[in-house]
Design a protein around this ligand. Sequence first.
Ligand code: NAD
Length: 338
Amino acid sequence: MLSFFRAFLDEGNESKQTVPKYFLIMNKILVTGGAGFIGSTLTEHLLKNPENFVVVVDNLSTGHIKKLVLPQQNFKFIKADANDRKELSEIMMSWKFDFVFHYAAVVGVQRTLANPLFVLNDVEGVKNVLELSKNTGVKRVIFSSSSEIYGEPVEYPQNEHTTPLNSRLPYAIVKNLAEAYLRAYKKEFDLDFTIFRFFNTYGPKQSRNFVISKFINHALKNEDIPVYGDGLQTRTFCFVEDNVKACISAFENDLFVNDVVNIGGDNEITILDLAREIIKLTGSSSKIVHLPALEEGDMRGRRPDTTKMKTLYNKPLITLQEGLRKVLEEGLFELKYQ
Ligand code: NAD
């Protein structure tokens, strides 16, 4: 898995193609979407290993540079759009990465429903990453897929191999197509991949469009907490540290290569109970208000089969109460910086 690389930098040239002077490192890793919630936490953990050099590529559409408070010596940030072949090509051709984590995507139920063409354009990013990885000797592409691709739960819990993928929403279609592209590049060009299907993940750096950050944000201001429909739809929630530790374990130990694994929490809770829990933990005087159910995109239930994930990370997962306390202790990123 190790590769040594030495490169030389023209002094003062700070273009996208430049690589550090006398650059002797082990793994050159690209993280697209690395200024986002999960990508920045992943980057932070990857950098704990001094054998890794991480380049983050992010267009800062929903990400924020301040999510990356990191040591400078084995890290570089480049603002660029993964969906733009020319921009990504300049970067990938010059750096010749060993591994790519492709986490950049348009996310969020409301945002993705409101902007279907924008979302569908993310297929370009997947194609760019795979074609350039094939052409530049990348050893493995690791992709953040989503539980959304299971759609309404046909089977409980949702299993990587037996549960049909039946969502028709653009966001889920992009993830499904991306998975097909990863398999096709393996078949035709022997490019290795790992697919992580993330279920709801939360943590202090998540943006406030997502349910836990949104509810905490309202609770801290004693504002009404809006719940769509009867609130009896269920989810599991995975604290971001558990997500990242499981993914890094797969990466470092070469597990689930050319395979797919669910990454998520395993305790289900209704959205109504989640709102009540947050009100209790924050000591808020917020009231829960019911809004009309969303017309699409709000699945009745979702729970991952975590049998495969547990082979990666066999410690008890952080409970929802513990995770919520951690978010409250650290404070929501958006309340601190935006
Ligand atoms: P996020 O919005 O915080 O992170 C996405 C990042 O990608 C942002 O920093 C954004 O600026 C960047 N980005 C978007 N389009 C880009 C482009 N074309 N080029 C370069 N950068 C671009 O969201 P997140 O929750 O951290 O999601 C990370 C990945 O995990 C996404 O692929 C998402 O689909 C997937 N995922 C997340 C969850 C979850 O619960 N958070 C669940 C399932 C899947």
